[in-house]
Ligand binder design. Structure first.
Ligand SMILES: [Fe+2]
Length: 288
């Protein structure tokens, strides 16, 4: 992959159904939209009609939840062919999915489940990402998921696992800053170590979101404003990774669109102030 495969889009928000009318009627000033791939795979109908109109005015990115890159089931060739067709039609800036598995034995568990962090899993997932990239004829981004339990078989940290998979697959990374924070709390590691360890040249997008505090653990619910701890982790990431597109994810208790828009504006303001402050002490300069 090259950095130019993932252009800087600025500060966007997820395209969500409650906002369709507002967006089509007012053309709000956001830089780009991320759409959940699976909601637009069926030709015809309202969702595709909305996406046609959104695409006329904004860059979009396709963000999927169904590749099941870590599963031991065969890759879903039919899904990938439909995704390739969707990408040819809408020309997204890029395609992303998660570093996880979502089912096995033909059963879909409808959840983004973590992998054991082992050499064997690195080889397995990286080879599948390479197959996906060949089918889609482009490099993809893989996103770190949040987790609540760890595999006893793991032999390395999550950030070493993510970095090794991305290197071996030669793909990019969608760094979900909230997921880093949630998993750091749940597993008891320092989130700054994660940010400081991921390869600079592979990070091409951030996710910013809120979570729920359940006392003993944090739950990745995407139903709250971005909390101060996640903002400060984002600023650390900006100082290390440089010019990287950011996206506000809000999937439940979805507020009015202006709230999402002002969150994207806050990401922009924090980006410029953090970038002006220069690299964090342990960080290295971004090589564009
Ligand atoms: Fe995310």
């Amino acid at each position: 992959m090259n950095r130019s495969d993932f252009p800087f889009l600025g500060f966007g928000v997820g395209l969500r159904r409650p906002h369709y009318t507002h967006i089509l009627e007012t053309h709000p000033a956001v830089d780009w939209f991320e759409v959940v791939t699976e909601n637009f795979m069926v030709p015809g109908g309202r969702p595709r009609e909305v996406l046609e109109k959104v695409r006329e005015r904004y860059p979009i990115v396709l963000h999927g939840v169904s590749m099941s890159l870590g599963s031991t089931d065969p890759l879903d060739r039919q899904y990938l062919a439909r995704l390739r067709d969707l990408a040819r039609r809408f020309e997204p800036a890029w395609i992303s999915d998660h570093l996880c598995w979502t089912g096995v034995g033909g059963r879909n568990l409808h959840d983004l489940l973590p992998l054991p962090y082992t050499e064997e899993a690195i080889l397995w997932v990286a080879s599948r990402i390479r197959q996906v990239q060949e089918t889609l004829e482009r490099p993809i981004l893989i996103e770190n998921v949040s987790s609540y339990m760890a595999f006893a078989a793991s032999t390395m940290t999550e950030w070493d696992f993510l970095s090794a998979v991305a290197e071996q697959a030669d793909c990019g990374i969608l760094l979900d800053v909230n997921n880093v924070y949630v998993s750091a709390f749940n597993h008891g590691f320092e989130p700054e170590r994660y940010i400081d360890s991921v390869p600079v040249e592979r990070v091409a997008q951030y996710h910013l979101a809120g979570h729920s505090d359940h006392g003993a653990y944090l739950l990745d619910t995407h139903d709250h404003p971005v909390p101060p701890e996640v903002w400060s982790l984002y600023e650390r990431a900006v100082r290390r990774f440089g010019r990287v597109s950011a996206l506000v994810e809000w999937d439940d208790n979805i507020p009015e669109f202006p709230t999402l828009q002002s969150t994207a504006d806050e990401a922009r303001a924090r980006y410029y102030s953090a970038a002006a402050a220069g690299p964090a002490p342990e960080a290295q300069c971004h090589q564009a």
